[in-house]
Write a protein that binds this ligand. Sequence first.
Ligand code: GDP
Length: 307
Amino acid sequence: RTSWLNKLKSGLARTGSSIAQVFTGTRIDDALYEELEAALLMADAGVGATQHLLDELRRRVKDTRCTDPAAVKALLMEVLTELLQPLEAPLQIGATQPTVMMVAGVNGAGKTTSIGKLTRHLAGMDCKVLLAAADTFRAAAREQLSVWADRNRVEIVSQEGGDPAAVCFDAVTAGKARGCDVVIADTAGRLATQLHLMEELRKIRRSLGRSMEGAPHEVILVVDGNTGQNALTQVKAFDEAIQLTGLVVTKLDGTAKGGVLAAIALWNRERVAQGKPVVPVYFIGVGEKLEDLQTFNAREFAQALLS
Ligand code: GDP
């Protein structure tokens, strides 16, 4: 447990130190808030979330009449944790058999790796998992997924060059017949033809819907935590096309700035205000190994970001 926190901390270290740096002075003045604004923007929090955090912080500093920058930092930790809190949600399995998950993400985001890690996580909970290789176009994608299937000793439904929607339909049918607990569909992620990709994903979603009542039960987008505001743009675009139910944010052990989670949290706040459900962060990726998938914890994340 500490080892992944350390990976997260060292991944966010540069950002964290520049935010922490803001509070090393002795005065609470406009300069402090300006520096903080710059540091949050640099950390990829985005304009909206930065503004939200600053407004909330100023209000609390006034309410508590705090005079010490270290106390302001503690208030920022509180405000940030509260903003991130709604993103915390466990991935629920078992309400239906199988639970059907569709996993999407642009190439390179860490989608296949995350599916491998998730499969291991589920297998560790004694779940019987079936993988569906719905990126039928890229041979490398099918091969990579079958490597993860072998490593986790789970079955895979794959068909060279077939119709992705049909592969998904077949996988759910097989999953039902074989008494699987979870079926995970790995989808294509070529962004060069974004319109075509979104159309294909919508087709897969519809096909999964026909394969079983209520399916897909989860529609998960994998985004690379290194891509900053781009990650939020992807979340919005995929949500519009296939109505996401959750996220995996990867590579937070690397050079990721982490602030993008604040931006995603603010986007969710706006959704909730419109009566829409939260799209939580089910997991974060903190490395390339099977065990490097962790549930998202708002407080730990805020601490890592500000340490
Ligand atoms: P896909 O194209 O979205 O399926 O991406 P892959 O799963 O093939 O991952 C792309 C690269 O990112 C690979 O080299 C992975 O090992 C790496 N990767 C995935 N997740 C993580 C993570 O959480 N941390 C780090 N450091 N690397 C990751």
